[in-house]
Structures are given as C-alpha cells and as structure tokens.
Design a protein around this ligand. Structure first.
Ligand code: GCU
Length: 604
C-alpha cells in the first residue's frame, strides 16, 4: 500500500508502508507455527487471479469461485471448478520451491500456497499472522478476505486477522510471485539464485487488546551509561504504565505511554555494565511489562563509533576480521536456527569477529545467533547493481526495506553497520537515491554506522577510492577482485591505493573461484592453489592500504547463481566459497584463518 510525502524537494512521492506495524521480537511472543506442508498450485498465467479479460478477481468479483483465494470446492458433480488445493501437491514452508521440486528449479512466476488451520481465539484477544519473508511479492488472503500485499523478498510483515479468523477450517491463501522486474529491489539482474516461495517462518501471534508492539533500548549515542529508547503500545487509549526491568543492573523504571501509545525514556545506569563484544557477547535479560503482558528480550549493550581512520567498539580500536555470506546453505535457502548456527560457527572457526550478510536482510535466526556467538554484523538492503534509480516507486520500496530491517534488528548489539547498496553505477540520480537512504537510516537509528559496498577506479596503476558517496558514509567500503576480474597477483602486494577520506577503510569483497578438490599450479584458475595464492597476495596488498580496518572476503560458501555456467567447475554455482556447497573446506580457508590469528594478536 502507498502513502505520499514530499521528498527530493519537489515531487510528491509514494511511500511504501509495508514495514509499518511490524511486530518485533517474535521469538518471545505467544506464537503458533504454521510451518510445515502447504498445498500449492503453480499458476504461470495467473488464472487464479485474473478472469479471461485480465480483470483482477479480488477487485472485480471477490466472491468468484474461480479465484483461487476462495479455495472453492465443487458442491456437486455438475459444478465447474478447475482447481482444488486439497488435491494439489505440497511444499515445505519455510523453504524455496526451486530446490524442493525439480520442475520448479528454474521457475519464476506465480505459485499459490494454501494452509488450513483451526484457532480458538479467546474473546478480548487479538490475532496476527506473521511472515518472516516471502520472495518476492505476496498477496495474502484469509477465508477469502484480502489481508494485503507485501513486496520485497527479505523483510517481515504481518496482518491483524482478529476480525477474520474462525474457530475452525480457516484457509490462509498466499499468492507468491517471484518474477524479476527492472523496477524492483533487487532489480532483474543479480549474482544469486532467485529462490521463490514462503522462505521463512509463518506464525500466528496472539496478543492482548493493548499490547507491546515495538520497543528500542540501547546506549545513547556518545555515552557508555545512558540508556535511551522507547516502547510503543498498540491500541492504547489513555496513559498506560509500563515497567522496564533489567534485574542484573538493578534497573526498574516506570514509564508512561501517551495517547499515541509511545513512551520515550532515558536514564543513567551507574552499575558496572558488562559491554557486549565478540569476545564477550554478554546479553542482559530485559523485561517490558504492562498491566496486560510481559515481553522479555535478550539485549547486549555496546558502543560503536568511528574516529578518523579507527572503528571504536566500546571505545577500543577494532579490526573487522570478516567474511561475506549469502542466506544459503548446501545449495538451498537457509531458514532455520540450525542453518544459522552452522554458517556462523564456520565464521567463528575462521577466526572472524565480523560477518557481512549479503546482499539483503537475512533471517532473524542469523542475527540471534550472531548476538549469542559474538559476531559483529553488516546488514544490507538489495540496492544492487543497476537499480532503477530514477523511479520513485523503486526508491519507496528500497526505503521500506531499509526501514523494515532497522525496525526488526535495532535491538541487536551485534549489528554495527547498515549498508544501503552494493556496486551501484555512478550517476547523479544514484547519488540522490543513496543520500536519501542514508538520511532515512540516520533518522531511524543514529547509533550505528552507515556504509555501502563501492566500486573503485585506478589511475597509473594506483587504486583510487573516491566515490562521492564516501562523504556520506561512516565507513569507506569497497569491492576489489585483483587477480580474478583483472590485475595480476604477483605484483599485488606492492599495489598502491589511495582515498581522500580520513575514515576507516573496509574491503567488503575480494576473492576468486575454486572447484573444491581441483588441484594444480597456483597459476591455474579454478584450482584450490590459485584461490589460496589469490588470498595470500590480496591479504598482503590489503594490509598496505590506507586506513585499513577490516575485510570481508567473498565468500564463506559456494552458492547458486544463474550467471555461472562453466561445466564441471561452476555448474550453476559461484565457486568463490572458502567452503564448498557440500561443506568441505578449501585451502584458502586456512590462509584466511592464519591471517586472522595474526591480526587478532595485533589488535588485542
Ligand atoms: C560482486 C558482487 C557479488 C558477486 C561477486 C562475484 O562483487 O557484489 O554479488 O557474487 O562480485 O562476482 O563473484
């Protein structure tokens, strides 16, 4: 749904509001899972959505039996009905359809999902249906009533179904369309698989009439003992008392929500706060209570800032020993806690204190696990390559995804960087687009660092990082592929780099493909020895870079990409992983691990 606001100083622009009203901290709410087998109907012609004159059923004739969201069944042997969910095959939710059914591997288009459930909602209670993510566009119906639409394959959304749910035989129908579009976010061209489906958890969330919708509690920017934040109550009419409790810190604060439901707070804590860090990922038990409910949360407290070329975590200079990763494991979308623990444990094994979650918001299990294991996090929205920068609806979509990820993860100590883009081509409209995203991020969260993965240029063999956008970012991050897409490896250690920015520099990507188990000379591409040598030479080069304060090589594991076709080597996989899609480590894994061991001692 769109609303309008003034921006770019002139045009009235549509503002996507899918992120509004998001219930956060679902892991500690009263939930019922709708995960499991869902019936599905593949509908490339969208026959269940449009009549033969391309008119949308739910607008033209909502009760139409031919509209799939009505989940209609023939009442007798005469009646004409040309679909039946209950006699249709099933797919697992959460999950991508591409790796569950061979005939859906390359499928891009509409698939309808249906889940039946009973729910005895007690009077005075409210009920929401929550989707962790659906790729790409979801149109959601319950018992034939349209709940709404959500666009964006990597952000959560929910709908209030209190007025629609029945005690028995509810049918939740979701039209999922993962068609790639130029004006979408991401746009039509990416280097990752366009996994379609209901890719993350689906939950029913029961709440009291007046409930804790959202909250933020963190150390106030620039302080190490002032707690500040807010609590938002949904459906609050008068002044409601809220209690904030952190037993371990002897904090028991009473705050009051106004008629807008919001209670803002700021208070000093003079007890000895144990700050969250990768070596000591301390999480405090925080309790938010009203007269109707208590919501608990595990929250860490840390400070993050930059000072000149330094990144200061809890006031101490830190080097980001990182790795980039996609939300993928064993050649499928990762979507469980176990998947998150597997991926991030590999990162810890590498000696990482930091991960770049590329190129879109990953599922919440990844953030929960990074908070617990102690990994600093770069989160990004899929403003990737040739986004339609002149299109206001594209901007609204990108802004909404940024708002959604900040809303969801603002209480995560592990998250230190919001990234608004990756490898976007230089232009004035691109700059305006990104500057407005930076402003949105700073308006929503002034405590974290803002960046993007930039491209560089070179003059007389010197690498130059002077993208204009650097002036708007806290961290100058860029991708370089010396020895893979260009430049030789032998002279790499002596290569010169320069930047006009007195800010921390992070190499957000470098790397090269290797087929696990393929061995040969270090000059032979695709071999583990080539990748190992490429890492050795790039790490020597990177250490010489000005203001270098971090690196997140591309990439932890091999991942599927429709752009990688070399038979017998790539076979539909980008092979730049340090670990194969079968979970087997390549030689370069040890190269990076040894480098991080050394760096950790230097920054100790
Ligand atoms: C780019 C891009 C990645 C891509 C990688 C590669 O830098 O950001 O998404 O996979 O290069 O070419 O392997």
């Amino acid at each position: 749904m769109y609303q309008f606001k003034m921006i770019f100083g002139c045009l009235l622009l549509p503002v996507a509001v899918w992120s509004q009203g998001l219930l956060n901290n679902t892991e500690n709410r009263n939930t019922t899972s709708l995960n499991g087998n869902w019936n599905y109907i593949v509908d490339p012609y969208e026959t269940g959505y449009y009549n033969f004159h391309a008119e949308v059923y739910d607008q033209k004739n909502p009760k139409a039996t031919a509209a799939f969201y009505n989940n209609y069944h023939a009442k007798n042997k005469t009646e004409l009905v040309e679909y039946d969910f209950d006699r249709s095959p099933q797919l697992k939710v959460p999950g991508d359809w591409n790796t569950q059914k061979e005939n859906l591997f390359y499928y891009e288009g509409t698939i309808w999902f249906k889940k039946s459930f009973d729910y005895d909602l007690q009077s005075g209670k409210r009920l929401f249906v929550y989707f962790g993510a659906v790729n790409y566009k979801a149109e959601v119906y319950l018992n034939g009533t349209k709940l709404g639409i959500h666009e964006g394959g990597f952000t959560a959304f929910n709908f209030d179904i209190t007025a629609v749910v029945k005690p028995k035989d509810n049918y939740l129908v979701v039209k999922v369309d993962n068609k790639r579009l130029k004006e979408a976010v991401p746009t039509a061209n990416t280097d990752w698989w366009n996994y379609g489906g209901i890719t993350r958890d689906v939950l029913l969330i029961e709440e009291p009439q007046v409930f804790i919708q959202d909250y933020a509690i963190q150390l106030k920017k620039g302080t190490s003992n002032i707690f500040s934040g807010f609590v938002v109550l949904n459906n609050n009419s008068g002044s409601e008392k809220i209690t904030l409790t952190i037993r371990e810190l002897q904090v028991e604060k009473e705050i009051t929500a106004g008629t807008d439901g919001k209670a803002v707070f700021e208070f000093e804590v003079d007890n000895n706060i144990k700050y969250w860090s990768p070596d000591f990922p301390k999480l405090y038990k925080v309790l938010i209570s009203t007269g109707y409910q208590s919501l608990k949360a595990d929250i860490g407290f840390r400070t993050i800032e930059t000072r000149g070329p330094d990144i200061l975590l809890n006031g101490k200079s830190v080097f980001l020993r990182g790795i980039s990763l996609h939300e993928e494991i064993a050649g499928r979308r990762a979507n469980t806690l176990a998947d998150a623990v597997r991926l991030l444990t590999w990162a810890k094994e590498l000696g990482c204190n930091y991960v770049r979650l590329a190129h879109y918001p990953h599922n919440e299990y990844m953030l929960q696990t990074a908070d617990k294991l102690g990994l600093l996090v770069w989160e990004e929205i899929p403003v990737y390559w040739t986004i339609d920068f002149n299109n206001p609806a594209t901007f609204a979509n990108a802004e909404d995804q940024l708002t959604a990820v900040i809303n969801r993860d603002k209480n995560r100590a592990c998250v230190i960087i919001w990234s608004v883009a990756n490898e976007t081509p230089l232009s004035e409209s691109r700059n305006t687009f990104l500057i407005n995203l930076v402003n949105q991020a700073r308006a929503l969260d002034n405590t974290r660092l803002i960046s993007a993965a930039l491209l560089t240029r070179s003059e007389n063999g010197v690498g130059i990082i002077d993208d204009k956008m650097g002036a708007y970012f806290d961290i100058i991050a860029f991708n370089e592929y010396r020895g893979w897409y260009g430049g030789d490896l032998v002279s790499a250690p002596a290569a010169k780099w320069t930047t006009p920015y007195n800010k921390p520099v992070v190499v957000s990507e470098f790397g090269g493909d290797a087929k696990q188990g393929l061995h040969g000379k270090k000059e032979e591409r695709w071999t583990e020895e080539y990748q190992e040598y490429l890492y050795q030479q790039n790490l020597l080069m990177i250490q010489q870079m000005p203001n270098i304060r971090g690196v997140s090589p591309w990439i932890l594991t091999d991942f599927r990409s429709p752009r990688r076709m070399l038979p017998g080597v790539q076979d539909g996989f980008n092979r730049k992983g340090l670990i194969s899609d079968k979970g087997i480590k390549k030689k370069a894994f040890n190269t990076l691990q040894a480098f991080y061991k050394k760096i950790a001692l230097q920054y100790n």
